[in-house]
Design a protein around this ligand. Sequence first.
Ligand code: COA
Length: 281
Amino acid sequence: MVEPSEIVRPERPTEVPKTKQQALLTDASVSALWKYRLLIVGDLRWSAFLRYELLTMFLAGLGGSLGLWLRQKLYRFLFHRMGRGVAIGRYVTLRAPFRIALGDRVVLEDFVLLDGRGDSEELPNLLIGDDVFIGRGTHLVCRGGTIRIGARANVGPNCLIQSVREVVLEDHVLLAPFVYIAGATRHYDRLDVPVIGQPTSSRGVRIGRGTWVGAHVFIDDGVRIGRDCIIGAGSVVLHDIPDYAVAYGVPARVARLRTPQGPGPARCRGLELSGEEHKDS
Ligand SMILES: CC(C)(COP(=O)(O)OP(=O)(O)OC[C@H]1O[C@@H](n2cnc3c(N)ncnc32)[C@H](O)[C@@H]1OP(=O)(O)O)[C@@H](O)C(=O)NCCC(=O)NCCS
């Protein structure tokens, strides 16, 4: 075992490199208004700025059915595309909304944040399919990557999904409250630079059709979860999960496979077991 006295602690450099965001936000040569137009409106044209200001200033906090109705009718001028029958609650924050597409009958509850920011030429960055429900206080943040949410998915309250590359929730995925999907990994190889100054990388996350993710689950970057899985509450998912698996724990491990009859036996030994074999056991 390494004794604390044996660890060589390098001198910290006086100058720690700024993150891209820190560099932009603290750049004194750029006006606060320009930063706002870039980071919040996401479109440097003055027409986009005026449209964003007028609509969000007067409508974002407007209560009652009038607020809902006016946002349904007028917010369509902000988005890349907005389907029919969309319901947008109060104090929904939109960043770079022209990079966001909403399908028909999408519901965004109060205090949702949708951030479509990214450099890609291809639009939209954030795509929400038909009949999707996004719960109160949930944040969907494209930090340069894309987020795609399939039809009839349900993202519970207070979830955080970040994407630096690609995050996909296929159709009918159900996320319980407080799910966190990290869209990137931080590297920490060097001791002379704080972690915040070290590079990040991203492989993306995919959750298969019909999967249910329990409350307070963390899903690491690079993870693929198969279709119709169940991920138990409080799990930390670090590795891929195969189709039809019930998995939980820290780190999440497959406990059994679901079968057509319902839950399979907890003592299921191998993932190669078919539904027929479960029936006989
Ligand atoms: C994963 C889950 C579906 C399993 O339910 P189940 O099949 O009825 O499992 P059981 O309750 O019979 O538990 C079987 C074993 O797994 C363990 N277990 C179950 N869920 C667990 C979890 N989330 N984390 C750790 N262990 C768990 C139990 O302690 C039990 O262990 P034991 O055999 O040593 O006693 C359920 O526990 C769960 O986490 N549901 C999510 C609830 C949720 O987030 N709801 C939000 C509303 S959408």
